[in-house]
Design a protein around this ligand. Structure first.
Ligand SMILES: [Zn+2]
Length: 52
């Protein structure tokens, strides 16, 4: 299942997320909010894989 996430949204699944613009990967933890991409400042991410 493909999940899309946007900066400012609450993280519902802890995992590695990939910026849809530059491919930079960021780790996000459940309960936090998505940051903007640290490289290109884009605001859209897709879930690559879950972490515990
Ligand atoms: Zn990016």
């Amino acid at each position: 299942m493909k999940r899309l996430a946007t900066t400012g949204q609450k993280v519902e699944v802890s995992g590695i997320y990939k910026c849809t613009n530059c491919g930079n990967e960021v780790t996000c933890v459940k309960g936090e909010r998505f940051p903007p991409c640290s490289k290109c400042y884009e605001t859209n991410f897709t879930l690559v894989r879950r972490t515990k």
